[in-house]
Structure formats: C-alpha cells, structure tokens
Design a protein around this ligand. Structure first.
Ligand code: NAD
Length: 386
C-alpha cells in the first residue's frame, strides 16, 4: 500500500514458504494455503452529495475457512489493492490459528479516501459493499470488522443493510459495533492492549522491568492509542509517535524526550489518527520526519500504522539500544528487515500474535451476540489477557 514496488501478498507467500519448508508441508496443502479460497471484486456505485455518480472498487477475500467462518476487517484506503487484501486475509488465517479461536481468515477493502467523503457518502459505500456480498458473508460464513479508516459507525451501517436485506436480527454478522448496538465492551481497547500484554510477557522473558523502558511508536490511531495507554500504565515512557499528515501528504514524528502526554495529543488528533502539526509544536513537541520514529534510542519499537514500514533500508536505522519490536500493525516488517533484526538479536513479536487481541475480542463479541448475552468489560479484557 505504501510503495508501488512492494507487494504484500508476495511477502505473505514468502513468509509462508519459509515455514512450509521447515514443516516439510506436502505440496497439495502448500498450494491450498498459499492462496485464498475465494476472492470477490466488485463495483459500488453511489450518488455523491453534489448529485454526481461515482463508482468505487470493493474487495473481499476469504483466505481459508477450515477452522470456522472467515473473519477480518474492512479497510477504506486510497491506495488499497487486491494484493494487500489477499495478504491481510492470509495473515488473518494464521492469527486465528495462533490464538486458537474457531475462525478462518478474511479481509475486505474499498479504494476510497474517507478524508474526502461526507458521512452520507461513506454510508452509501458501506451499504453498497454489503449489497454486493450479502450471499457470501454472514455469521456462519464470513464476519467483517473495522480496520484502517473504518469505525463502529461503518459497522453499524453495514449491519443495518444486512438485516434489512435478510429480514432478521443478526448482530453476529459483524463485529466492532458500537456498545449498546451489539458491540462488546473492551473491543475498542483490545488490539492496543493485546499488543502490550505480549510486550509485558516478552519483557519478563528478557528480564527487563517495563518501568525502566522507553518506546517509539509509529501511528496514532486505534491500535497505537490504546497500546500507549496501557504501556504508560505499566510505567513505560513513549518518547515519540508518528502520524500521517493529510494536508502535507507525508508522515511526521512528534517527539518529547520527557515522554509524550497521551491525553494532550488526543486533544489535537482527528478521527483518522492525524495529529495537528502546528498545535503539537505549540505544545512543545519536536516535529521530525515521518521515518524518524525508527531511529530513536529507545528499548522498544511499536510499529502501529501500516505494512512495509521496517524495510531492508529502514531496519539499518534501528538504534543499538532497541531490544524488542512488537508489530501492532499488520505486515510492517519485510523479510529483508526480518533478517537484519534476527541477526541483531532483537526480540520480535510478530503481528499475528502481537495484534491478535483485536480478533480475539471480536470473537468474544460474536459469541455474546450469537448468544444474546453480554459480559462486563473486566470479564472481556480478563479473558483476553488469559
Ligand atoms: P487507524 O486508521 O486507526 O490508524 C492508523 C494510524 O497510522 C493513523 O494515526 C495514521 O495517521 C497513521 N499512519 C498512516 N500512514 C502513516 C505513515 N506513513 N507514517 C506514520 N503514520 C502513519 O488504524 P488502526 O486500526 O490503528 O490500524 C493500524 C494497523 O493495525 C493496521 O495495520 C491494521 O491492519 C492493524 N490492526 C488493526 C486492528 C484494529 O482492531 N484496529 C486489529 C489488528 C490489526
């Protein structure tokens, strides 16, 4: 998504081939698991607010459903590609298997930029996406969820369209809904908190007290914000975060050596996780290049933005002080960078474990919806931490 030469699906297949060789997997199984079982491409025509019509390209990929209905988010992004969606669906299959929940891997997307769309236009895209797929998704087939630039509001529009067409109440059709409309308490926090649960366990392995650690974070959206919240509660200090600047069309890193103030930064952040540069400067943040988060002298790196961020090139910039990387984002590290990180003996928590808190809590939401029974937040987050 971030670089036209980079193909995330080829990267996912290379990762798979490496492990398939180690496992000496037979050729039939290898062929099956290298590719999605189903892939849908479709057009979503909508009427824009100015009366004109526009057609958006939508996708859904079901990588594998051997372990249960497919599960995975829907991204709205201007650079979305089918290969990104295929890679993300593949990683979802692995992720559900690693945390041992009875679900398969799916992912969806629409090529669009919600920054430039009204809420009504986004609603039309959500409803159009469901209309195109209504026979191929559902609580027993494939259960979508939010991802980059989609939220609980988008999920609610999609659920409403699904229920209108099918004529029943199926809150288990989609997860990440607003609490009070079938959403689960704890889902919003789940991915970021899950990242830090894995960081906490890795630090125990490394015999490092979290209170003595510092971190640099890429991204300031759902995953990053809650990861920072829990990491701060554990006593860790985040010295910088980076985010995408929609006006300048570049990323920036916001640094405060004494530690960033999460709530202060949230006050100057839009709903897409973009931090207002001028206001950050006024609050005393140093504004650096987007890639500078990776160069910081910290103990922990938390890539929580997008894929293809730690590459063969940028991995060389990682400080000698870094001991641990936890992949909050999906696919942030390329195989070339993996090699460098391994050689440098940096402890790596891969995405399909580090960010599995999101899908685990989505599974809890599905279970609650399908049983018409709701759990308290502590119960949900307690189960997540088990
Ligand atoms: P989000 O849209 O809420 O936030 C994305 C953040 O990344 C924003 O702050 C944005 O400004 C920043 N960003 C984008 N491009 C950037 C760049 N080039 N440089 C610096 N910052 C940049 O998305 P999210 O839900 O937090 O998801 C982030 C990652 O985590 C994605 O890879 C997603 O697939 C993965 N993930 C999300 C969930 C979830 O539950 N939300 C679950 C599992 C995995």
């Amino acid at each position: 998504m971030s670089n036209s030469a980079f193909n995330p699906f080829e990267m996912a297949q290379a990762q798979f081939d490496k492990v398939a060789d180690i496992l000496d997997l037979d050729s039939g199984l290898r062929e099956l698991l290298r590719n999605p079982i189903r892939e849908y491409h479709f057009s979503i025509p909508i009427r824009m607010d100015d009366g004109t019509h526009k057609v958006f390209q939508g996708f859904r990929v079901q990588h594998n459903d051997a372990r249960g209905p497919c599960k995975g988010g829907i991204r709205f992004h201007p650079q979305e590609t089918i290969d990104t969606v295929k890679a993300l669906a593949t990683w979802m299959t692995w992720k559900c298997a690693v945390v041992d929940i009875p679900l398969g891997g799916g992912k969806g997307g629409v090529i669009c930029d919600p920054h430039n769309l009204s809420m009504y236009e986004q609603e039309q895209i959500c409803r159009g996406w469901v209309r195109q797929l209504v026979r191929n998704v559902g609580p027993l087939q494939d259960v979508p969820a939010p991802d980059v630039m989609t939220s609980s509001q988008h999920m609610l529009w999609m659920l409403d369209e699904y229920e209108k067409i099918t004529g029943g109440k199926f809150p288990g059709f989609i997860t990440g809904k607003p609490v009070g409309m079938g959403g689960s308490l704890g889902r919003t926090e789940a991915t970021g908190f899950g990242v830090i649960y894995t960081v906490r366990e890795a630090l125990k392995e490394l015999e490092i007290n979290p209170k003595n650690t510092t971190a640099a974070v890429q991204g300031f959206g759902n995953v990053a914000q809650y990861a920072i919240r829990l990491y701060n509660q554990m006593g860790g200090k985040v010295v910088c975060v980076s985010s995408w600047d929609q006006n300048d069309q570049v990323g920036y890193t916001f640094k405060k050596e004494s530690g960033i103030d999460l709530d202060e930064l949230l006050g100057i952040t839009d709903r897409f996780g973009g931090i207002e540069k001028d206001k950050a400067e006024n609050l005393g943040y140093e504004v650096l290049d987007g890639d500078d988060w990776i160069k910081q002298d910290v103990d922990i790196l938390l890539p929580c933005a997008l894929e293809n961020q730690i590459t063969g090139e940028t991995a060389k910039l990682i400080s000698k002080k870094v001991k641990l990387i936890a992949e909050g984002a999906n696919g942030p590290t390329t195989p070339e960078a993996d090699k460098i990180i391994e050689e440098r003996n940096i402890f790596m928590i891969p995405d399909f474990l580090a960010n599995a808190g999101g899908v685990t809590c989505s599974y809890f939401e599905q279970v609650q919806c399908n049983m018409n029974y709701y759990w308290e937040k502590d119960e949900v987050l307690g189960k997540l931490d088990v």
